[in-house]
Design a protein around this ligand. Sequence first.
Ligand SMILES: C[S@@+](CC[C@H](N)C(=O)[O-])C[C@H]1O[C@@H](n2cnc3c(N)ncnc32)[C@H](O)[C@@H]1O
Length: 246
Amino acid sequence: MEPNSSADAVAASVAAESVARLTALFRNQSKFHLGGKENWSISSELVDFLLKTLHPGQATLETGAGFSTVIFAMFRCRHICVCPDVGEMERIRSFCAGNAIAMDTVTFINEPSQIALPKLQMGELDLVLVDGGHGFPVPQIDWFYTSYALKIGGLSVIDDIELWSCHILSAFLKKETGWCSLGDIGHRTAVFEKTESFDYKEFCDQPYVVEKSRMRSLVLKARRVLSLIGSGNLGELRHRIKKLSA
Ligand SMILES: C[S@@+](CC[C@H](N)C(=O)[O-])C[C@H]1O[C@@H](n2cnc3c(N)ncnc32)[C@H](O)[C@@H]1O
């Protein structure tokens, strides 16, 4: 994620400064969502993180669209935005045209991410923002398909972890090998660095699933014991305890 040379570093810091200036100017003006009536933008903490992290020319992808898309455009990232809402795309395009923000590095894919991502050629990505559909399992689908394309050292940014569907993805990744948690940003966002090549793993190789399943299995056993006691079936209970201690 670091720039390659000192010239790149200077270009990146100039870009970050001018994007920061424009961001302060634009942030509260933009209503891209719900037919132009709402602003469901990423938090100001996540805006600051993107300003510190992005560099011109990086390959990025987001699910969902909004002010974040404008930031990727301002940074001249080679950006893919996957969002089914054509109205949002048109409002973002016209906002950018009206404010002299070039959009030629941004490609919109107007489909739900769960349909688009499995068939999309993404190339190698530096950063992914998961902020599209929030119903289970869309955040998981977004993370899963983009993880193949993310470079080792690239970042997967999971937004809205206050929602259970996003929270369990973040909790899962905090225990998962191949990912390093870089911590939460504010209360809403978790950031993970990909540290190994990615592929699907069976549940027994996923520490979070193993831990949660062990707990669940203990709870189920305890419930069974209580129900045997409750029904007065002490013979069966003795039999089971004997089997356990054999
Ligand atoms: C919270 S908003 C995104 C906010 C945006 N990141 C910003 O900074 O303004 C959620 C977005 O997800 C989009 N969306 C809803 N369902 C989706 C899906 N299945 N696939 C992709 N995007 C979806 C909505 O149209 C909306 O743009």
